[in-house]
Design a protein around this ligand. Sequence first.
Ligand code: URA
Length: 296
Amino acid sequence: MLLRLKNFKSSIGYLISCRNAETLVEKLGNSVSNSVNFHDAAINLLEWWESNGVSVIEPLEDIKTNRETPKEKPAPSLPIANLNISQNIANPKDAIAKAEEIVARCTSLETLRAALDAFDGCALKPKATQMVFADGVLDAPIMAIGEAPGRDEDEQGKPFVGPSGQLLDKMFASIGLDRKSNLYITNCVNWRPPGNRTPTKEETTILFPFLQKHIELKNPKAIILVGAVAANTVLSSSDGINKLRKKAHVYKLPDGREVPVYCIFHPSYLLKRPVEKSAAWKDLLIIKRQIKHIFG
Ligand code: URA
């Protein structure tokens, strides 16, 4: 079943997929008898879900109006003329090769940021408002890596600023980490996948050379991978997060140094399954113990 709803106050349209539409109908079906009330109740429920970080709602591009007028793209933070990037990208293989060629010439986080902003090999870029590169302290010892920007991140240009970001901040704060003093945060994918869908393997693979360079230039003392996409991408694994979170891993930098890596549940998963919060809390306490020596 596919349900189309329109919020007449905001002019935002919603497309709800099969399973969620069924849940909605199930939740509302007994208490709402006519279709007008069903519509309003459904909109309220959808908005409540969305404000709680449950990403089940896909706004419909075609019936959106002034609320989401496209913003001007910010200029790249650094001129990249000196990188001399000519982009002739016909397929994913070309895109990966071009990404590798570009990052080989990036020697600072600033050039990497500008080079990524100018990279045209990821199909997500034209659909996004802006690139989301990173947030936090540049020389922070801990680097956290998430999946991809969502709607709030796409609007603000910073990772993890929406509801799941707020939960992530609380999770990190509980073990003494925050982006103002000792934490740096980025994502595997730097442009928002439409409708907040999970990035594809192709998208994470094309952007992985940039992430590898990001880690190398950032040079963290420990890495925390937030959720399955980040864990699978950085560790080149296909294991589930439930398995990966149960042990520490290592990420090898090009100079041979091994950086300890920990995996945690993604906060958006915890918003949907709060029952897992106690397991997430135990994971965080273990990480806190393991990284204690970094802070002396
Ligand atoms: N989820 C992520 O994985 N990253 C973000 O930046 C926001 C939500």
